[in-house]
Design a binder for this molecule. Structure first.
Ligand SMILES: *Cc1c(COP(=O)(O)O)cnc(C)c1O
Length: 241
């Protein structure tokens, strides 16, 4: 991909995010863009770094492993946004600065053990399942209060908020419902003394809705880097429908 096109798309997505913020009566400074670089190689990511990107979202551990070495000089913060198998916790503890897909206690325990070993702590978001689609990962909403309480005992996991993927739908109201639920869960948690300022929700196709519903971070792949060479069913271990 050429650097000029990347620069244009990067500038354009920031403008679109800013416009969505203004339309929602929000300050654009409240909404981060997390570039999602899955399937794109080190050269593209390096070009992104030259444009000021520093955090990159990936959804496979193997891709972070493959890219972290060649890009070691770039000071990148790798953000794991995909389903994370417990037996891959070791690599993530070593390589990632943040995990947005924490959705079960077994994984929290494995990460904590490995992070203690590495002498590090990382930022985490709890991924919540906000849509009825059977194939989606994420914690069922009703389990969130207990899960947040349990996470208090892991010093290596800095719990900063919630993450979700909206339902794959052409119906904006259904998508909005997922984002609204995440925001409500955040507010309910606040009432129980869990401070969760971050809401990671919204992707290339639905970020304006997410911003209207309170997203503080949108995860953008296609609109920055262009179309991926494989269908999304390849990245989500099970089909999203
Ligand atoms: C791929 C991916 C994104 C970005 O999707 P785009 O539609 O390309 O912007 C966001 N979140 C997760 C979890 C992803 O896997």
């Amino acid at each position: 991909m050429d650097t000029r096109a990347l620069a244009d798309q990067w500038a354009q997505i920031r403008r679109r995010v800013d416009a969505a913020c203004r339309a929602a009566g929000r300050d654009p400074a409240e909404v981060n863009i997390l570039p999602v670089s899955k399937t794109f190689g080190p050269d593209v990511i390096r070009a992104g770094v030259a444009l000021g990107m520093r955090r990159f979202g990936e959804n496979k551990v193997q891709e972070i492993r493959d890219k972290a070495g060649p890009l070691a000089d770039c000071g990148i913060d790798w953000v794991m946004i995909g389903h994370l198998q417990t037996n891959k916790a070791k690599d993530i503890a070593r390589l990632a600065s943040e995990v947005q897909s924490l959705d079960r206690l077994e994984l929290a325990e494995a990460l904590d053990r490995r992070l203690q070993h590495e002498g590090r702590a990382i930022d985490v978001l709890v991924q919540v399942k906000t849509s009825p689609e059977p194939s989606k990962y994420g914690l069922p909403p009703e389990q969130l209060p207990g899960f947040l309480n349990a996470l208090r005992s892991y010093d290596t996991l800095r719990v900063g908020g919630l993450m979700t993927l909206a339902i794959l739908s052409t119906e904006p109201a259904e998508i909005r419902g997922c984002f609204r639920l995440l925001c409500e869960l955040r507010d309910q948690a606040a009432a129980q003394d869990h401070d969760l300022p971050k809401l990671s929700m919204g992707m290339s196709s639905d970020f304006p809705i997410a911003i209207a519903e309170g997203a503080t971070e949108v995860r953008i792949g296609t609109a920055i880097f262009g179309k991926r060479p494989y269908p999304d069913s390849y990245y989500w271990p099970e089909p999203r429908v």
